[in-house]
Design a protein around this ligand. Structure first.
Ligand code: RP5
Length: 165
């Protein structure tokens, strides 16, 4: 039997999917099952309420919300669920996505959303994996290996530069 999804990845529109894919790839790197949904905080508010209310009992441990423009989605989810929420601001035509970034990052006290960079979907997946690694040793081991890989990549790049000089 496949693992129950531990991470929910919700996007406000299918137009967010190209960015969100990078988050899914990051979760797959750490062997984390996910549930992906398109649910808009503005266009189907009843559905996001129902999803966020029942996420914990379905085994979800972290929720990632990606949205653009007046990006209420992650904040609305964080207002409903006790689970940690990570927000991905989606780039827009307005100042490179500053509207999305501020809508997600500027949460009032009491309802945090851990916000990554505009279009920072990969980091959202990695951060979710780090949160889960507190509980799951197999994810922690993969995270350690990933850190070594990051280090090795930069060492190799430096060696290449040194050869040119
Ligand atoms: C937000 O509005 C979505 O997250 C998307 O980033 C943006 C535009 O949505 P569409 O008009 O492309 O459906 O709710």
């Amino acid at each position: 039997m496949l693992d129950t999804p531990k991470v929910a990845v919700i996007m406000g529109s299918d137009s967010d999917f190209d960015v969100v894919k990078k988050c899914l790839i990051a979760l797959e790197r750490f062997g984390i099952e996910y549930d992906v949904q398109v649910i808009s905080a503005h266009r189907n508010p009843q559905k996001i309420f129902e999803y966020a209310t029942t996420a914990e009992e379905r085994g979800i441990e972290v929720i990632i919300g990606a949205a653009g423009k007046a990006a209420h989605l992650p904040g609305v989810i964080a207002g409903i669920t006790p689970l940690p929420v990570i927000g991905i601001p989606i780039q827009t035509s307005f100042q490179g996505g500053l509207d999305s970034l501020l809508s997600i990052v500027q949460m009032p006290a009491g309802v945090p959303v851990a916000t990554v960079a505009v279009n920072g979907a990969e980091n959202a997946g990695i951060l979710a994996a780090q949160m889960l690694s507190i509980k799951y040793p197999e994810i922690r081991e993969k995270m350690k290996a990933y850190k070594i890989l990051l280090n090795d990549e930069v060492v190799a790049k430096n060696e290449k530069v040194q050869e040119i000089l």
